[in-house]
Design a protein around this ligand. Structure first.
Ligand SMILES: Cc1ncc(C[n+]2csc(CCOP(=O)(O)OP(=O)(O)O)c2C)c(N)n1
Ligand SMILES: [Mg+2]
Length: 547
């Protein structure tokens, strides 16, 4: 898309989104943003209407996780404040989403009239988003608008966090600065700091008896998975992933250990990582869930901790050493290649032979079947709850094929995220795993799958309530109104529904779903409310102690 010399503010924003790879904008229009929607309609970007702004926010987040940048476009306050939660998730889990909100025009704001959708002041929504984004702006000055657009988008890309752009409606079609050149913000490491950091890291890794890499989500966000792979291949140092970073490395690699989650995860992975005298944490978030509710025993004196925001080796902090440069430096450095050691490998989940196929399906049985069902084009998209914890043990084929809100943990992510994933990567077939509770929040966003010709396979884990919470503390507040989930296609006017109560029915439904292309499949799996995955049992035992 060529940069027009006489672009308007709205057109320039569209050009920059397009230049950074965005092809779809999720949202719902309103009068304050209709002018911009019309500009979008005349542009190469496709607008994707969702049922609710929250769905649009989750879809844009997933799109950003797959494609590197996403955008959600809403109207003032009534729409904007509905994406506060999804923007918070994108911030917490590092997903660069540009939140675009229409707003009253600059002229309309004079004398502070009570215009519809206004909360308290005209800048109330902007103030909220200052807390939820890495950069924010109101494009109320045509002289600086283009520069502001670049500043905010560059910040989102640099920090992999959301950013906020507010468009007063009377300036969307105003021309910006005519001779402005688009700006990016190249960044470099301080060579001295980088050299010192690499020297200490190389010495520590080479001297270590049992080094191990703990790989997390930032490797994916910064496109550094190939570098991780090369580092492991070059040194023969095994790699464990966190739950948030799961699938950052293809799980079939011989040096892949499995998911490390402190006492929540598999015992042999925990023992191997915690016995290491040099844990190389790459792009890791030290969150409670990633660390098994702080049951992880990782000693800073034995750690190299490298992220886009911090680099520390043992107790030394190195400023101005970029994560990317540090990792590339390790690839160039003289790191000792080790003999292939003996370390644990993730067990392949397989459906237990001779299972009582007509017996009720269990959580364990469900994940065994799902595991066998994964194909090279599957992207597993999980919601909070049993879906996420059970999926930790799925054996993901290639890199980056697992998405789940494993830190901020907002319910309602998965169904709209499945839509974002498939639009970002049309070759992918999303396998959406979602609890009945989470489905009741955003499941109707499947409507968008029909409208835009997408065909995710959605598995609803129907355990009749908020299963995750029952072992912590149970009561009628954990129950749900039972829905006939498998009949949702009738309401939406398309797609296929399946009701599954046994292993046999599950195997049949999955086989039929694999063959059915062109519209979504919804597989409702009825589970015993008291049946939990081992990971969830371990987690809730720990959380219950804190309540
Ligand atoms: C938006 C939101 N509201 C509430 C919660 C608290 N919460 C965590 S898990 C959970 C229950 C999830 O129920 P469901 O989706 O049916 O999955 P299950 O736990 O039964 O597998 C709740 C209410 C949350 N994480 N996110
Ligand atoms: Mg449930």
């Amino acid at each position: 898309m060529p940069t027009k010399k006489t672009a308007t503010i709205g057109e320039y924003l569209i050009q920059r989104l397009h230049a950074h790879g965005v092809r779809h904008v999720f949202g719902i229009p309103g009068d304050y943003v209709l002018g911009f929607y019309e500009q979008l309609r005349r542009s190469p970007l496709q607008t994707i209407n969702m049922c609710d702004e929250q769905g649009a926010g989750f879809a844009a987040d997933a799109y950003a996780r797959v494609k590197g940048l996403g955008a959600v476009c809403v109207t003032y306050c009534v729409g904007g404040l509905k994406v506060a939660n999804t923007t918070a998730e994108a911030f917490a889990e590092k997903s660069p989403v540009i939140v675009i909100s229409g707003a009253p025009g600059v002229k309309e704001r004079e004398k502070n009239p009570l215009l519809h959708h206004k909360v308290r002041d005209f800048d109330t929504q902007k103030k909220v988003f200052e807390q939820l984004t890495v950069a924010s702006t109101v494009l109320d000055d045509p002289q600086t608008a283009f520069q502001e657009i670049d500043r905010v988008i560059n910040a989102a890309l640099r920090y992999k966090r959301p950013a906020y752009i507010e468009l007063p409606r009377d300036l969307v079609a105003a021309p910006g600065h005519p001779h402005y050149q688009p700006r990016t913000a190249p960044e470099t490491s301080n060579p001295g700091t980088l050299r010192a950091a690499l020297a200490e890291a190389v010495q520590m890794i080479n001297a270590a008896r049992q080094p191990v890499i703990l790989a997390d989500v930032e490797l994916h966000r910064f496109g550094l998975q190939p570098a991780l792979l090369r580092l492991a291949q070059k040194t023969n140092i095994p790699v464990a992933a966190t739950l948030l970073g799961k699938s950052v490395i293809g799980e079939h690699h011989p040096f892949y250990l499995g998911v490390y989650e402190g006492a929540m995860g598999r015992e042999e992975v925990r023992r191997y990582v915690e016995a290491s005298d040099c844990v190389i944490l790459l792009g890791a978030f030290m969150t409670d869930i990633n660390l098994g509710i702080f049951t992880a025993r990782l000693d800073p004196a034995r750690s190299i901790y490298a992220t886009s925001e911090k680099l520390s080796i043992r107790y030394h902090n190195y400023e101005e050493a970029r994560f990317q440069d540090f990792l590339q430096g390790l690839l160039r450095a003289k790191l000792r290649r080790r003999a292939a050691g003996r370390w644990p490998h993730p067990p392949r989940l397989v459906p237990s032979a001779g299972a009582h196929v007509t017996a009720p399906i269990t959580v364990q049985g469900l994940f065994e079947h799902l595991n066998a069902f994964l194909a090279d084009d599957t992207v597993v998209v999980c919601d909070v709850g049993e879906a996420l914890f059970g999926a930790a043990d799925l054996y993901i084929h290639r890199g980056t094929d697992f998405l789940g809100p494993a830190y901020y943990a907002s319910m309602g992510f998965a169904v709209p995220a499945g839509i974002g994933v498939q639009l970002a990567n049309p070759r992918a077939r999303p396998l959406v795993l979602v609890g009945d509770g989470a489905f009741q929040m955003t499941g109707m966003e499947l409507s968008g799958a029909l409208r835009y010709g997408l065909d995710p396979i959605v598995v609803v884990l129907n355990n009749r309530g908020y299963g995750t919470e029952r072992p912590m503390q149970d009561g009628p507040y954990n129950d749900l109104q039972p829905w006939n989930f498998h009949r949702v296609p009738e309401v939406l006017g398309g797609g296929r529904g399946f009701l599954v109560r046994t292993e046999k029915e599950l195997a049949e439904a999955l086989a039929a779903a694999a063959k059915h292309r062109g519209s979504f499949c919804l597989i409702e799996v009825q589970l015993d409310p008291n049946d939990h995955s081992p990971a969830l049992q371990r987690l809730t035992q720990r959380l219950a102690k804190k309540i």
